[in-house]
Write a protein that binds this ligand. Structure first.
Ligand code: MN
Length: 228
C-alpha cells in the first residue's frame, strides 16, 4: 500500500510494431544534427558539438491522434526525426557498444513554436516553452531493432497535405546514433524507457490548422497527425 497524496502520474506508452507497449521515461532531443538544417537555422555545421534539450514524456502524441494548434504561437513548425528508444541504460557508453542499448526506432515529429524558440535564443533564455509544450511530440509505432535492425542510412521524408516538405537521408546525420548515445550517456545516465529524437533535416516550415502531416523513415515506420 503506497502513500501517495495524489494519484501518481500515468505512464506514457508508445505502441510497438507487432504488439506491446514501450513505456517512456524521458525524451531527449538533439539540436542541429543535419548540416543543411543547421545552415537554414543560421548555424555552422562544422563547429558545433552535439547539444540536447528535452520534452516531457507526456508531451508525446500517440497513434496518429490530432494535434491541437498550440497556444501562444503563430509559427508552429514541423521537424521530422528518427527516434531512438533506449532499452538498456548506462553511463559513459562506448560508441562500439551503443547499439546494444537500443530497443528500437520510430518516426517522430519535434513540433516547435519557432517564434517562442527564436525569442528565447535571442534573449539567451531556455528554449523549453518553444519545444516542450503539450502534445509537441507526435510519434509512430516503435520498430524493434531485433526485427528491423539498426538503420544508419535510408530515406527520411515528411509530406504536408501530400506535398513533400522534408526529404533527406539518415546517412546525413552529423552525429550518428552510436555517437549520440555515447555523448549523451557521458552527460547523464541513460535509462530504459528514454527516447532520443535525433534531429531534423532541412525544410522545416510552418503548418496551419487543417494540415495533415505524414512522415516516413525507410525500414523504420511512419508518423501521422492532423493539426486541428
Ligand atoms: Mn528537432
Amino acid at each position: 500500500m503506497t502513500n501517495y497524496v495524489i494519484d501518481p502520474p500515468a505512464v506514457t506508452a508508445v505502441p510497438v510494431a507487432g504488439g506491446g507497449l514501450f513505456p517512456v521515461r524521458r525524451v531527449f532531443c538533439v539540436g542541429r544534427n543535419y548540416a543543411e538544417h543547421t545552415r537554414e537555422m543560421g548555424g555552422d555545421p562544422d563547429r558545433e558539438e552535439p547539444f540536447f534539450f528535452m520534452k516531457p514524456a507526456d508531451a508525446l502524441l500517440i497513434n496518429g491522434a490530432d494535434m491541437p494548434y498550440p497556444p501562444k504561437t503563430g509559427d508552429l513548425h514541423h521537424e521530422m526525426e528518427l527516434v531512438v528508444a533506449i532499452g538498456t541504460g548506462g553511463r559513459d557508453i562506448p560508441e562500439a557498444e551503443a547499439l546494444n542499448h537500443v530497443y528500437g526506432y520510430a518516426a517522430g515529429l519535434d513540433m516547435t513554436r519557432r517564434d517562442l524558440q527564436g525569442a528565447a535564443k535571442k534573449a539567451g533564455k531556455p528554449w523549453d516553452m518553444g519545444k516542450g509544450f503539450d502534445l509537441s511530440g507526435p510519434i509512430g509505432e516503435i520498430a524493434p531493432a531485433s526485427h528491423a535492425g539498426h538503420p544508419s542510412a535510408g530515406k527520411i521524408e515528411l509530406t504536408v497535405n501530400s506535398a513533400v516538405r522534408q526529404s533527406s537521408d539518415l546517412a546525413k546525420m552529423i552525429w550518428s546514433v552510436p555517437e549520440t548515445i555515447s555523448y549523451l550517456s557521458g552527460l547523464v545516465a541513460l535509462a530504459p524507457g528514454d527516447l532520443i529524437f535525433t534531429g531534423t533535416p532541412e525544410g522545416v516550415a510552418a503548418v496551419v490548422k487543417g494540415d495533415v502531416l505524414e512522415g516516413e523513415i525507410a525500414g523504420v515506420g511512419s508518423v501521422r497527425t492532423r493539426i486541428v
